[in-house]
Design a protein around this ligand. Sequence first.
Ligand code: GLC
Length: 758
Amino acid sequence: MANQKLGFSVEKNIVTCTLGDKVKQIEIIHKGLIRIYEKKNPEELVKLNLHKRKVSFTAQMESGKVVIRFGDYEIFVNQKLFVEIKKNGMEYFEEYSGDAKIYGQEKDFSLSMLEGHKQEDELVSFHSQINLRLFDKEDKIYGLGDKAAQLNKRDYEYISWNTDDPTQHNESYKSLYKSINYLMVNHHNDRYYGIFYPSSYKCVFNLGRYSDEFLYIGSEKGEYDYFVLLGGTPKELSGIYAELVGHTLFTSMKMLGYHQSRWSYNESEVLDIQKTFEKKKLPLDYIHLDIDYMERYKVYTVDSANFKDLEKMTDSFEKKGVGIITIIDPAVKVEEGYPVYDTLKKNHGFATLDGKDYVNRVWPGDSKYPNYFDRKTAEYITELTGDFIRQYGVKGIWCDMNEPASFNGPLPDEVEFPTKKAMHYHDEVHNLYGEYMTRAIAKAFEKENMRPTVITRAAFATTSPFTTTWNGDNQSLWAHLSASLPQVMTMNLSNFMVNGVDIGGFGNECTKELLIRWLEANIFSLFLRNHSAMNTRHQEPYAFDEETESIYREYLKLRYEMIPYLYDLLRQGSQKGTPVLRPLFFQYPDDPEVKDMNDEMMVGDSLLFAPILHQGQHSRVVYFPKGTWIDYFTGKEYRGGRDVLVRMELSQTGLFVKKGAILPQFKGLLHIEKKKIDTLYLYVTGNNATYLHYEDDGESLDYQKGVYNEYEIRKTKEELTIRCRHDGFNTTYKNLVVLIDGKEIKVPFQKDMKVSLK
Ligand code: GLC
């Protein structure tokens, strides 16, 4: 070691540092993104968008270190090949060069196991381990997708390994359904950087569990290879991250409506739900059919004894504005004569072990797993899905059990998933299985010029361009209601914006109060579905009493009012990566009060949301960030920069509009049918405000060809102006209603117009 000398060379945008036979490379992809690696992870299945942009940088040797300089950044590679980054001369990011000792299981747990305690596997031996320095105790670590945990994950350990676990999730659960290897780290008040680990193999994120000095990412088979996202604000980082992993799906507007589900409604219940919602004037866009609509759980079949005429039902529902979404699991029942099975078998479309089709067990009994990684098999699934949605008039597909789940023990690491290019094994593709299933299914919608109406449980970081998501089997517990806020905010931060948890909780028993508070608290989750397990208490909006039903109705009304605002935010999110539902630190990154705020969120720039999350509570402290905030329901004004105790009865939640905001709204809708929406409402506050409103047909892919409108809206004390800065869509708006200080100003809508507010 002593006589080994640090050296470097530069080729295009890659600086290669060498020390004896050790190599560390730094690739400058653009001014906000660098990749640090000893060896790159394979790129065939994990598809990243590495849009290289020219950055002029210098690299030289200074005081025994390689120093790379560009923009505000200086990257140092020291004599031990550790990387350090300074931003404007200040500490920003560092690989940890101390002794990163990892502790294995030290104790004998056999006694506690006798009582039924579980011994958790610990991952302690790695093919690669990336140690990053934690500078001080106040550094926060956000990210990692769907974990049932608070925003700041500092001090915990999580494992990326998609897992179907229906027991009661909490912050100590290391693995849930999704593996989103992205961290956003806040060091000191205002310095943020991002870390993305691109390997699909099982890996551990130990976020300071063993030491205050470092976090580590250890991978069983993944390489020493990661991205550092450089940014001034969380917003900049989200933009860089979304570009890297692929922008979130711009789903249909209807998808943002209300979904009703349960495991499993039968035909007469489904008919009854549609009628009851209609009669009770409860908004509804979709009803979900869980596994019992299938014939003995065989995917792409319909049980004609249970659903006698699904086509007739979907047809009549369509006229009433309601779509049917059916669940599809990946695994295929082993049954000769069942066409899906026969075709896949004949075409070698199943995963294999030692060259023979691999069998495990899921709902239908013995089942095989389609190899979605193989192009031909994926194309067959696309075709099958297309035929199924056309034949039955089904409007969306809910992809479940795609971790993949297996009742007969885990799939061995060696299960084979060959592609044309290479042989892939289960340990590499496990975390990608859900993604490749949804890719194949989403294509069926695209072929019909429809935006995919697809929901998935399992996902990897790169999955959000193809599908929306929900967070799996939560329970009707107050703790799970509290967890839902940081969960959806973190999913948004992780570039999964159309996301939600089961409203009312899936497992266990819901109560009236819990259901009401749950709907209130999740009313802005872009995927809004009430779903519950079999053998639990029913939790449809009218399952309790009239008070519950009427509060539920009011909140669904609020949701539908806000749909154009949410849709505008989703459009921006899908272009720029900015989350729709934002932790307060995201919006106010230099406000030290909000770094750990799990129970409030921002909905876009203009809405501050602070719901009740605890049983029996009728008031709560709301922290108002800087600015002036107006209670959406009472009009009361609050000055920012302080905590205020706000009363919230069972029917009330904390919703505050920023003074100086414009909110587009629709009124009186029971379903989202864009063609029929003829009035745009603009709720305005304050003297000066600007806003960008987006309009298209809400469902097709035509917007990709420019078939949309973009309106720039400005408000002053005297007037409101609309200027159509992109004019490509035949608007459905006929009227404009400005809602100002409790008054309504109604005028005919024009793409370019002025309205006097005097
Ligand atoms: C899984 C899903 C759940 C579904 C059930 C039956 O538990 O997460 O949503 O209802 O399977 O299909």
